[in-house]
Design a protein around this ligand. Structure first.
Ligand SMILES: NC(=O)c1ccc[n+]([C@@H]2O[C@H](COP(=O)([O-])OP(=O)(O)OC[C@H]3O[C@@H](n4cnc5c(N)ncnc54)[C@H](OP(=O)(O)O)[C@@H]3O)[C@@H](O)[C@H]2O)c1
Ligand SMILES: [Zn+2]
Ligand SMILES: [Zn+2]
Length: 352
């Protein structure tokens, strides 16, 4: 076991503060990574503030962070995929049983024995897993991804959650040339969804509550932008979408979006607001529409997404911050005041 510098929250109402945490010494199949950047996902904030208490109560102290890129510092004797000095990335998962049908299908995100990167029982050290707001992490090689060499590292970190969470459902629901795809909420997830839908060839429409994001949405790859609080603008798109991805972090009316789907269209929720959402049955019944959800993505598809980003030169638009600004960043995240993802530069931990 060794010590790693980190930022952790002591309770739902405390700010994140400097702390020392334990990491295991790398075992046979482990990769030890010096973390260079970690993105700030809205899920980090939900978890730190215990906003998902009904589903995934937070265990304190909590070290969040599941958008990790860094450099390999050490590998176990059985590790063939990585060597010290390689770039490497870790997302929302750090372990699974590897034997169930979901794991065998490369859909580890559905494994009944999954271990998430933070706030999940830690099989090695006891307690719960600690995430990427830290200078070092040790992860089994099965959950370590390769990073394309051409990508900017600060902008690559958010691909590990915001990237795969938007890429995966779009591949599942066949977003491609000739399809009309909507993206609701231009935040960390939403702006990646726009880039992917555009790169996949779809006609992309962004729904935003922030009129000031219109120009950015077009620059990111949207063909049209709708200010979602304007009913007239919304009505113009009634019954026309093949697919809509909803990436909103707060409670909102999903019925307004269901009504925009064509026959057999699908709305996938990736946003996970604190409270249940209301659903008007006729919005599904009429048009045989469907509503679904989607969690992150499996390891093979996460690597596929990273390679797709390498080939299309896609990264997240980031504001790089030192760790010491994390609490300020959380306040801004709640106000949708970031373009479009905070990425923490872990070099800032050296002074702690
Ligand atoms: N399913 C998964 O596996 C998964 C993975 C990662 C994250 N998530 C969840 O996805 C959600 C989004 O995460 P994120 O990191 O992208 O968050 P984010 O950067 O804060 O973006 C959320 C966006 O939602 C919109 N929004 C915020 N408050 C709103 C309100 N009251 N009404 C309508 N729209 C509002 C804003 O877009 P506009 O300004 O454009 O309106 C905002 O930029 C979170 O709930 C997060 O926990 C799920
Ligand atoms: Zn996330
Ligand atoms: Zn499994």
């Amino acid at each position: 076991m060794y010590n790693s510098k980190a930022y952790s929250a002591a309770s739902a109402t405390s700010p994140l503060a400097s702390a020392k945490i334990n990491r295991r010494d790398p075992g046979e199949t482990d990769v030890q990574i010096e973390i260079l950047f970690c993105g700030i996902c809205h899920s980090d904030l939900h978890q730190v503030r215990n906003e998902w208490s009904g589903f995934m109560p937070t265990v304190y102290p909590c070290v969040p962070g599941h958008e990790i890129v860094g450099r390999v510092t050490k590998v176990g004797s059985a590790v063939k995929k990585f060597k010290p000095g390689d770039l490497a990335a870790v997302g929302c998962m750090v372990d699974s049983d590897g034997t169930c049908p979901e794991c065998k299908a490369g859909l580890e995100q559905f494994c009944p024995n999954l271990t998430l990167t933070y706030n999940f029982p830690d099989k090695h050290l006891g307690g719960v897993t600690c995430g990427g707001y830290s200078d070092s992490v040790v992860v089994d090689q099965r959950f370590v991804l390769r990073v394309p060499a051409n990508l900017n590292l600060a902008g690559t970190a958010p691909l590990l959650c915001a990237g795969i969470t938007t890429y995966s459902p779009m591949r599942h629901w066949g977003v491609t040339k000739g399809k009309k795809a909507g993206v609701v909420g231009l935040g960390g997830l939403g702006h990646m969804a726009v880039k992917f839908a555009h790169a996949l060839g779809a006609h992309v429409v962004v729904f935003t509550t922030s009129p000031g994001k219109k120009e950015d949405a077009l620059r990111l790859g949207a063909d049209e932008v709708v200010i979602s609080r304007d009913n007239n603008e919304m009505q113009k798109h009634a019954g026309s979408f093949d697919f809509i991805l909803d990436a909103v972090s707060a409670n909102h009316d999903i019925n307004a979006y269901l009504a925009l789907l064509r026959r057999d269209g699908n709305l996938t929720l990736v946003g996970a607001p604190e409270k249940p959402l209301a659903l008007a049955a006729f919005n599904l019944i009429m048009g045989r529409r469907s509503l679904s959800g989607s969690p992150i993505g499996g390891i093979p598809q996460t690597q596929e997404m990273l390679d797709f980003c390498g080939a299309h030169d896609i990264t997240s638009d980031v504001e790089v911050i030192p760790m010491q600004k994390v609490n300020e960043a959380y306040e801004r995240l709640v106000k949708s005041d970031v373009k479009y993802r905070f990425s923490i530069d872990m070099a800032s931990l050296k002074s702690e």
